[in-house]
Design a protein around this ligand. Sequence first.
Ligand code: SF4
Length: 109
Amino acid sequence: MREIEEDIEERSLERPEEQPEDPKKKWVLKMVKSAKRYHKLCPYYDKKTGMCLLMVTVEGTQGRCDRDGRYDGCPVFNKFLEKVYDSYKSRRKVLPNDFQDVVNQAYII
Ligand code: SF4
């Protein structure tokens, strides 16, 4: 059942009328979709402490994850991906196609 829901969700992302025009938003969506292939829960969620390991990078302060690691639609997660996008664009680098190429950049960006 869950697989069917994910399939429907993935297909809905592929519908042209639902694709955002903004290339940054498009890429962020693509990375979220790619992340789902690898991570059931947010890779930056510390299950033991409940802390968000991205918060420092994105917001400049430590904080807890109030989503129990569900990163789909998480503003912190999306903001991080937007930062990655900006960083690649400012360095004129080719954007990654796979979330795994981005996952460790939380400590670099
Ligand atoms: S707040 Fe968002 S980015 Fe941070 S751990 Fe939770 S789901 Fe992940």
